[in-house]
Ligand binder design. Sequence first.
Ligand SMILES: NC(=O)c1ccc[n+]([C@@H]2O[C@H](COP(=O)([O-])OP(=O)(O)OC[C@H]3O[C@@H](n4cnc5c(N)ncnc54)[C@H](OP(=O)(O)O)[C@@H]3O)[C@@H](O)[C@H]2O)c1
Length: 365
Amino acid sequence: MEVLKTRALRRSACAAARFWRSKVTPKPPCRGLSTTPARSTVMPAWVIDKYGKNEVLRFTQNMMLPIIHYPNEVIVKVHAASVNPIDVNMRSGYGATALNMKRDPLHMRTKGEEFPLTLGRDVSGVVMECGLDVKYFQPGDEVWAAVPPWKQGTFSEFVVVSGNEISHKPKSLTHIQAASLPYVALTAWSAINKVGGLSEKNCMGKRALILGASGGVGTFAIQIMKAWGAHVTAVCSQDASELVRQLGADEVIDYTLGSVEEQLKSLKLFDFILDNVGGSTEKWALNFLKKWSGATYVTLVTPFLLNMDRLGVADGMLQTGVTVGTKALKIRPVIDQTFPFSEVPEAFLKVERGHARGKTVVHVI
Ligand SMILES: NC(=O)c1ccc[n+]([C@@H]2O[C@H](COP(=O)([O-])OP(=O)(O)OC[C@H]3O[C@@H](n4cnc5c(N)ncnc54)[C@H](OP(=O)(O)O)[C@@H]3O)[C@@H](O)[C@H]2O)c1
Protein backbone atom coordinates (compact mmCIF):
# COMPACT_ATOMS: atom_id res chain seq x y z
CA MET A 1 0.00 0.00 0.00
CA GLU A 2 2.76 2.41 0.93
CA VAL A 3 4.60 1.59 -2.28
CA LEU A 4 1.49 2.19 -4.32
CA LYS A 5 0.87 5.45 -2.54
CA THR A 6 4.37 6.69 -3.21
CA ARG A 7 4.14 5.73 -6.84
CA ALA A 8 0.78 7.38 -7.23
CA LEU A 9 2.07 10.57 -5.71
CA ARG A 10 4.68 10.78 -8.41
CA ARG A 11 2.20 10.46 -11.22
CA SER A 12 0.71 13.40 -13.00
CA ALA A 13 -3.04 13.94 -12.98
CA CYS A 14 -3.15 12.43 -16.47
CA ALA A 15 -1.34 9.33 -15.44
CA ALA A 16 -3.52 9.02 -12.41
CA ALA A 17 -6.49 8.85 -14.71
CA ARG A 18 -5.21 5.56 -16.03
CA PHE A 19 -6.07 3.99 -12.70
CA TRP A 20 -9.67 4.28 -13.70
CA ARG A 21 -11.79 1.50 -15.00
CA SER A 22 -15.35 2.13 -16.02
CA LYS A 23 -17.83 -0.34 -17.39
CA VAL A 24 -20.99 1.70 -17.35
CA THR A 25 -22.54 3.53 -20.26
CA PRO A 26 -22.92 6.44 -20.43
CA LYS A 27 -19.74 7.20 -18.58
CA PRO A 28 -20.12 9.04 -15.32
CA PRO A 29 -18.29 12.31 -14.92
CA CYS A 30 -14.60 11.54 -14.57
CA ARG A 31 -12.35 14.56 -14.63
CA GLY A 32 -9.04 12.89 -15.34
CA LEU A 33 -10.30 11.25 -18.51
CA SER A 34 -12.02 14.34 -19.73
CA THR A 35 -10.56 16.85 -22.15
CA THR A 36 -12.43 19.54 -20.22
CA PRO A 37 -10.26 21.47 -17.77
CA ALA A 38 -10.45 19.67 -14.46
CA ARG A 39 -12.03 22.47 -12.45
CA SER A 40 -14.99 22.89 -14.76
CA THR A 41 -16.47 19.53 -13.79
CA VAL A 42 -18.63 20.01 -10.77
CA MET A 43 -21.40 18.48 -8.72
CA PRO A 44 -24.00 19.58 -6.17
CA ALA A 45 -22.95 19.33 -2.54
CA TRP A 46 -23.49 20.77 0.92
CA VAL A 47 -20.25 22.28 2.17
CA ILE A 48 -18.90 24.47 4.92
CA ASP A 49 -16.32 27.21 4.38
CA LYS A 50 -15.68 27.76 8.07
CA TYR A 51 -16.71 26.12 11.34
CA GLY A 52 -19.74 27.34 13.24
CA LYS A 53 -23.44 26.98 13.81
CA ASN A 54 -25.87 25.55 11.31
CA GLU A 55 -25.76 28.69 9.14
CA VAL A 56 -22.31 27.70 7.87
CA LEU A 57 -23.85 24.91 5.79
CA ARG A 58 -23.92 26.10 2.20
CA PHE A 59 -25.41 24.44 -0.87
CA THR A 60 -23.36 24.63 -4.03
CA GLN A 61 -23.76 23.30 -7.54
CA ASN A 62 -20.05 23.82 -8.10
CA MET A 63 -18.22 21.42 -5.83
CA MET A 64 -15.35 19.73 -7.63
CA LEU A 65 -16.00 16.15 -8.59
CA PRO A 66 -13.84 13.73 -6.64
CA ILE A 67 -10.90 12.16 -8.45
CA ILE A 68 -9.38 8.73 -8.08
CA HIS A 69 -5.82 9.38 -6.94
CA TYR A 70 -4.91 5.86 -5.83
CA PRO A 71 -5.53 2.57 -7.61
CA ASN A 72 -7.55 1.21 -4.69
CA GLU A 73 -10.08 4.02 -4.76
CA VAL A 74 -13.70 3.98 -5.86
CA ILE A 75 -16.10 6.77 -6.76
CA VAL A 76 -19.60 6.21 -5.43
CA LYS A 77 -22.72 8.01 -6.57
CA VAL A 78 -24.52 8.86 -3.37
CA HIS A 79 -28.16 7.82 -3.15
CA ALA A 80 -28.62 8.34 0.59
CA ALA A 81 -26.56 9.59 3.50
CA SER A 82 -27.35 9.99 7.17
CA VAL A 83 -26.51 12.51 9.86
CA ASN A 84 -24.58 11.45 12.95
CA PRO A 85 -23.60 13.51 15.99
CA ILE A 86 -20.06 13.56 14.56
CA ASP A 87 -21.31 15.66 11.63
CA VAL A 88 -22.74 18.26 13.98
CA ASN A 89 -19.52 18.20 16.01
CA MET A 90 -17.36 18.54 12.90
CA ARG A 91 -19.49 21.41 11.61
CA SER A 92 -18.66 23.20 14.86
CA GLY A 93 -14.95 22.55 14.38
CA TYR A 94 -14.45 19.86 16.95
CA GLY A 95 -11.44 17.69 16.15
CA ALA A 96 -10.38 19.92 13.25
CA THR A 97 -6.70 19.98 14.16
CA ALA A 98 -6.42 16.23 14.55
CA LEU A 99 -8.47 15.56 11.43
CA ASN A 100 -6.43 18.02 9.36
CA MET A 101 -3.31 16.08 10.25
CA LYS A 102 -4.85 13.00 8.68
CA ARG A 103 -6.29 14.64 5.58
CA ASP A 104 -4.71 13.64 2.28
CA PRO A 105 -3.44 16.77 0.46
CA LEU A 106 -4.26 15.11 -2.86
CA HIS A 107 -7.95 15.16 -1.96
CA MET A 108 -7.95 18.72 -0.67
CA ARG A 109 -8.85 21.54 -3.00
CA THR A 110 -6.42 24.02 -1.52
CA LYS A 111 -3.15 22.86 -0.01
CA GLY A 112 -3.31 22.99 3.77
CA GLU A 113 -6.92 24.16 3.71
CA GLU A 114 -9.80 21.77 4.40
CA PHE A 115 -12.49 24.08 3.01
CA PRO A 116 -14.82 23.77 1.24
CA LEU A 117 -15.49 20.75 3.43
CA THR A 118 -18.29 18.30 2.85
CA LEU A 119 -19.65 16.60 5.95
CA GLY A 120 -21.49 13.26 6.17
CA ARG A 121 -20.00 9.89 7.03
CA ASP A 122 -22.63 7.38 5.95
CA VAL A 123 -23.37 6.53 2.35
CA SER A 124 -25.44 4.09 0.39
CA GLY A 125 -25.05 4.35 -3.34
CA VAL A 126 -23.76 2.90 -6.58
CA VAL A 127 -20.16 2.44 -7.71
CA MET A 128 -19.39 4.68 -10.69
CA GLU A 129 -15.61 4.33 -11.12
CA CYS A 130 -12.99 1.93 -9.81
CA GLY A 131 -9.22 2.20 -9.57
CA LEU A 132 -7.32 -0.54 -11.37
CA ASP A 133 -6.46 -2.38 -8.17
CA VAL A 134 -10.05 -2.61 -6.97
CA LYS A 135 -10.94 -6.27 -7.12
CA TYR A 136 -14.23 -6.75 -5.33
CA PHE A 137 -16.32 -3.99 -6.87
CA GLN A 138 -17.27 -2.81 -10.30
CA PRO A 139 -19.31 0.06 -11.71
CA GLY A 140 -22.98 -0.47 -11.04
CA ASP A 141 -22.54 -2.31 -7.74
CA GLU A 142 -24.73 -1.14 -4.88
CA VAL A 143 -22.53 -0.40 -1.90
CA TRP A 144 -22.59 1.16 1.55
CA ALA A 145 -19.86 2.64 3.66
CA ALA A 146 -18.81 4.72 6.61
CA VAL A 147 -16.39 7.27 5.21
CA PRO A 148 -13.57 8.20 7.63
CA PRO A 149 -13.95 11.70 9.05
CA TRP A 150 -10.68 12.94 7.57
CA LYS A 151 -12.08 12.42 4.06
CA GLN A 152 -14.58 14.49 2.13
CA GLY A 153 -18.08 13.45 3.16
CA THR A 154 -21.26 12.16 1.66
CA PHE A 155 -23.64 15.13 1.47
CA SER A 156 -22.76 15.43 -2.18
CA GLU A 157 -23.57 13.72 -5.45
CA PHE A 158 -20.33 11.70 -5.50
CA VAL A 159 -17.80 10.63 -2.93
CA VAL A 160 -14.42 8.93 -3.30
CA VAL A 161 -13.57 6.12 -0.88
CA SER A 162 -11.01 3.34 -0.62
CA GLY A 163 -12.11 -0.07 -1.79
CA ASN A 164 -11.54 -1.41 1.72
CA GLU A 165 -13.98 1.10 3.19
CA ILE A 166 -17.02 -0.11 1.25
CA SER A 167 -19.10 -3.26 1.26
CA HIS A 168 -21.83 -4.55 -0.99
CA LYS A 169 -25.16 -3.26 0.26
CA PRO A 170 -27.49 -6.02 1.44
CA LYS A 171 -30.18 -6.38 -1.20
CA SER A 172 -32.85 -6.51 1.49
CA LEU A 173 -32.19 -2.88 2.40
CA THR A 174 -33.18 0.20 0.43
CA HIS A 175 -30.56 2.95 0.04
CA ILE A 176 -32.38 4.99 2.69
CA GLN A 177 -32.31 2.09 5.12
CA ALA A 178 -28.71 1.18 4.31
CA ALA A 179 -27.48 4.74 4.80
CA SER A 180 -28.84 4.69 8.34
CA LEU A 181 -26.53 1.91 9.47
CA PRO A 182 -22.79 1.95 8.67
CA TYR A 183 -21.40 4.48 11.14
CA VAL A 184 -23.56 3.48 14.10
CA ALA A 185 -23.10 -0.18 13.22
CA LEU A 186 -19.32 0.09 13.15
CA THR A 187 -19.35 2.12 16.34
CA ALA A 188 -21.66 -0.22 18.24
CA TRP A 189 -19.99 -3.35 16.89
CA SER A 190 -16.52 -2.07 17.73
CA ALA A 191 -17.59 -1.06 21.24
CA ILE A 192 -19.31 -4.36 21.94
CA ASN A 193 -16.95 -6.72 20.18
CA LYS A 194 -13.52 -5.14 19.93
CA VAL A 195 -13.55 -3.37 23.26
CA GLY A 196 -16.16 -5.38 25.18
CA GLY A 197 -14.86 -8.70 23.85
CA LEU A 198 -18.38 -9.97 23.24
CA SER A 199 -19.42 -11.96 20.19
CA GLU A 200 -21.99 -14.51 19.14
CA LYS A 201 -19.73 -17.13 20.76
CA ASN A 202 -19.69 -15.76 24.32
CA CYS A 203 -22.58 -13.33 24.61
CA MET A 204 -25.35 -15.79 25.47
CA GLY A 205 -26.89 -14.92 28.84
CA LYS A 206 -24.57 -11.95 29.47
CA ARG A 207 -26.25 -8.98 31.10
CA ALA A 208 -25.93 -5.76 29.10
CA LEU A 209 -26.93 -2.23 30.07
CA ILE A 210 -27.38 0.34 27.31
CA LEU A 211 -27.56 3.97 28.42
CA GLY A 212 -29.12 6.14 25.71
CA ALA A 213 -30.80 3.17 24.06
CA SER A 214 -33.20 5.06 21.80
CA GLY A 215 -30.68 6.86 19.55
CA GLY A 216 -28.75 5.75 16.51
CA VAL A 217 -26.11 3.71 18.32
CA GLY A 218 -28.44 2.42 21.01
CA THR A 219 -31.10 1.06 18.67
CA PHE A 220 -28.41 -0.84 16.77
CA ALA A 221 -26.64 -2.03 19.93
CA ILE A 222 -29.83 -3.50 21.41
CA GLN A 223 -30.40 -5.56 18.29
CA ILE A 224 -26.87 -6.89 17.92
CA MET A 225 -26.70 -7.87 21.62
CA LYS A 226 -30.06 -9.61 21.43
CA ALA A 227 -29.00 -11.40 18.25
CA TRP A 228 -26.04 -12.74 20.24
CA GLY A 229 -28.24 -13.90 23.12
CA ALA A 230 -27.59 -11.23 25.76
CA HIS A 231 -30.08 -9.99 28.33
CA VAL A 232 -30.50 -6.28 27.58
CA THR A 233 -31.57 -3.50 29.93
CA ALA A 234 -32.26 -0.30 28.01
CA VAL A 235 -32.26 3.17 29.55
CA CYS A 236 -34.32 5.72 27.66
CA SER A 237 -37.21 8.10 28.18
CA GLN A 238 -40.77 6.84 28.58
CA ASP A 239 -41.92 7.60 25.05
CA ALA A 240 -39.13 5.44 23.61
CA SER A 241 -39.82 2.41 25.79
CA GLU A 242 -42.16 0.77 23.30
CA LEU A 243 -39.56 1.15 20.52
CA VAL A 244 -36.70 -0.36 22.51
CA ARG A 245 -38.91 -3.26 23.66
CA GLN A 246 -39.83 -3.94 20.04
CA LEU A 247 -36.12 -4.04 19.23
CA GLY A 248 -35.69 -6.72 21.89
CA ALA A 249 -34.87 -4.98 25.18
CA ASP A 250 -35.77 -7.25 28.11
CA GLU A 251 -36.00 -4.49 30.70
CA VAL A 252 -36.51 -0.79 30.24
CA ILE A 253 -35.59 1.97 32.66
CA ASP A 254 -37.20 5.36 32.18
CA TYR A 255 -34.62 7.97 33.09
CA THR A 256 -37.25 10.70 33.24
CA LEU A 257 -38.84 9.03 36.28
CA GLY A 258 -35.88 9.83 38.51
CA SER A 259 -32.32 8.78 39.25
CA VAL A 260 -31.19 5.94 36.99
CA GLU A 261 -28.56 5.09 39.55
CA GLU A 262 -31.27 4.48 42.15
CA GLN A 263 -33.44 2.48 39.76
CA LEU A 264 -30.50 0.24 38.83
CA LYS A 265 -29.82 -0.69 42.45
CA SER A 266 -32.73 -3.14 42.39
CA LEU A 267 -31.29 -5.00 39.37
CA LYS A 268 -28.50 -7.57 39.13
CA LEU A 269 -25.06 -6.32 38.08
CA PHE A 270 -24.01 -6.21 34.41
CA ASP A 271 -21.29 -7.83 32.30
CA PHE A 272 -21.27 -5.00 29.81
CA ILE A 273 -22.34 -1.35 29.91
CA LEU A 274 -22.52 0.78 26.77
CA ASP A 275 -22.79 4.47 27.60
CA ASN A 276 -24.20 6.73 24.86
CA VAL A 277 -25.08 9.49 27.31
CA GLY A 278 -22.00 10.45 29.34
CA GLY A 279 -21.79 13.16 31.95
CA SER A 280 -22.81 11.92 35.40
CA THR A 281 -23.19 8.33 34.14
CA GLU A 282 -19.42 8.09 33.92
CA LYS A 283 -19.19 8.62 37.68
CA TRP A 284 -21.51 5.82 38.79
CA ALA A 285 -21.76 3.33 35.91
CA LEU A 286 -18.73 1.29 37.01
CA ASN A 287 -20.54 0.46 40.28
CA PHE A 288 -23.02 -1.61 38.30
CA LEU A 289 -20.47 -3.86 36.64
CA LYS A 290 -20.02 -7.43 37.86
CA LYS A 291 -16.75 -7.97 39.69
CA TRP A 292 -14.95 -10.09 37.11
CA SER A 293 -12.13 -9.15 34.81
CA GLY A 294 -14.16 -9.44 31.63
CA ALA A 295 -16.87 -7.01 32.71
CA THR A 296 -16.54 -3.86 30.61
CA TYR A 297 -17.83 -0.31 30.61
CA VAL A 298 -17.51 1.53 27.28
CA THR A 299 -18.38 5.18 26.88
CA LEU A 300 -18.81 6.64 23.41
CA VAL A 301 -19.12 10.16 24.66
CA THR A 302 -15.67 11.17 25.90
CA PRO A 303 -13.08 11.69 24.68
CA PHE A 304 -14.76 12.04 21.36
CA LEU A 305 -11.87 11.80 18.92
CA LEU A 306 -10.06 9.12 20.84
CA ASN A 307 -13.17 6.98 20.77
CA MET A 308 -13.71 7.72 17.16
CA ASP A 309 -10.30 6.31 16.34
CA ARG A 310 -10.48 3.48 18.79
CA LEU A 311 -14.05 2.40 18.24
CA GLY A 312 -15.16 3.91 15.02
CA VAL A 313 -14.35 3.86 11.38
CA ALA A 314 -10.60 3.56 11.81
CA ASP A 315 -11.06 -0.19 11.83
CA GLY A 316 -12.32 0.04 8.31
CA MET A 317 -15.09 -1.73 6.51
CA LEU A 318 -12.71 -4.43 5.33
CA GLN A 319 -12.45 -5.85 8.81
CA THR A 320 -15.96 -5.33 10.00
CA GLY A 321 -18.00 -4.96 6.87
CA VAL A 322 -18.73 -8.62 6.41
CA THR A 323 -19.85 -9.04 10.00
CA VAL A 324 -21.96 -5.93 9.94
CA GLY A 325 -23.36 -6.80 6.54
CA THR A 326 -24.34 -10.26 7.67
CA LYS A 327 -25.89 -9.03 10.86
CA ALA A 328 -27.70 -6.27 9.06
CA LEU A 329 -29.83 -8.87 7.36
CA LYS A 330 -31.44 -9.41 10.73
CA ILE A 331 -31.13 -5.84 11.95
CA ARG A 332 -34.09 -3.53 11.62
CA PRO A 333 -32.95 -0.08 10.51
CA VAL A 334 -34.57 2.43 12.82
CA ILE A 335 -35.22 5.63 10.90
CA ASP A 336 -36.55 8.59 12.80
CA GLN A 337 -36.93 10.96 9.84
CA THR A 338 -35.87 11.26 6.20
CA PHE A 339 -35.05 14.65 4.63
CA PRO A 340 -34.68 15.58 0.95
CA PHE A 341 -31.22 16.74 -0.18
CA SER A 342 -32.46 20.33 -0.25
CA GLU A 343 -33.04 20.16 3.53
CA VAL A 344 -29.66 19.02 4.85
CA PRO A 345 -29.52 21.94 7.34
CA GLU A 346 -32.89 20.88 8.78
CA ALA A 347 -31.55 17.33 9.16
CA PHE A 348 -28.54 18.70 11.06
CA LEU A 349 -30.82 20.73 13.34
CA LYS A 350 -32.86 17.64 14.09
CA VAL A 351 -29.79 15.69 15.18
CA GLU A 352 -28.43 18.68 17.10
CA ARG A 353 -31.67 19.06 19.07
CA GLY A 354 -31.24 15.47 20.32
CA HIS A 355 -34.12 13.18 21.29
CA ALA A 356 -33.45 10.93 18.32
CA ARG A 357 -35.41 7.74 17.87
CA GLY A 358 -32.97 5.99 15.60
CA LYS A 359 -31.43 7.73 12.62
CA THR A 360 -31.92 10.86 10.52
CA VAL A 361 -31.39 10.12 6.83
CA VAL A 362 -30.92 12.36 3.78
CA HIS A 363 -32.25 11.21 0.42
CA VAL A 364 -29.66 12.52 -2.02
CA ILE A 365 -31.15 11.23 -5.30
N1 LIG B 1 -23.42 7.86 15.92
C1 LIG B 1 -22.25 7.27 16.03
O1 LIG B 1 -21.90 6.40 15.23
C2 LIG B 1 -21.30 7.63 17.14
C3 LIG B 1 -19.95 7.32 17.02
C4 LIG B 1 -19.07 7.62 18.08
C5 LIG B 1 -19.58 8.27 19.19
N2 LIG B 1 -20.90 8.59 19.25
C6 LIG B 1 -21.38 9.29 20.44
O2 LIG B 1 -22.29 8.44 21.12
C7 LIG B 1 -23.36 9.20 21.64
C8 LIG B 1 -24.68 8.62 21.13
O3 LIG B 1 -24.68 8.70 19.70
P1 LIG B 1 -26.04 8.45 18.92
O4 LIG B 1 -25.71 8.57 17.47
O5 LIG B 1 -26.74 7.24 19.40
O6 LIG B 1 -26.85 9.76 19.39
P2 LIG B 1 -28.39 10.07 19.18
O7 LIG B 1 -28.88 9.35 17.99
O8 LIG B 1 -28.54 11.54 19.27
O9 LIG B 1 -29.10 9.39 20.44
C9 LIG B 1 -28.95 9.77 21.75
C10 LIG B 1 -30.14 9.20 22.51
O10 LIG B 1 -29.96 9.32 23.90
C11 LIG B 1 -31.21 9.68 24.49
N3 LIG B 1 -30.91 10.29 25.79
C12 LIG B 1 -30.57 11.58 26.04
N4 LIG B 1 -30.31 11.72 27.37
C13 LIG B 1 -30.46 10.51 27.92
C14 LIG B 1 -30.33 10.01 29.25
N5 LIG B 1 -29.94 10.80 30.26
N6 LIG B 1 -30.55 8.71 29.48
C15 LIG B 1 -30.92 7.88 28.47
N7 LIG B 1 -31.09 8.29 27.19
C16 LIG B 1 -30.85 9.59 26.92
C17 LIG B 1 -31.84 10.60 23.46
O11 LIG B 1 -33.27 10.66 23.51
P3 LIG B 1 -34.05 11.59 24.61
O12 LIG B 1 -33.25 12.85 24.79
O13 LIG B 1 -35.39 11.87 24.01
O14 LIG B 1 -34.13 10.76 25.84
C18 LIG B 1 -31.45 9.88 22.17
O15 LIG B 1 -32.41 8.89 21.83
C19 LIG B 1 -23.12 10.64 21.22
O16 LIG B 1 -22.50 11.31 22.28
C20 LIG B 1 -22.19 10.53 20.05
O17 LIG B 1 -21.36 11.66 19.92
C21 LIG B 1 -21.77 8.27 18.27
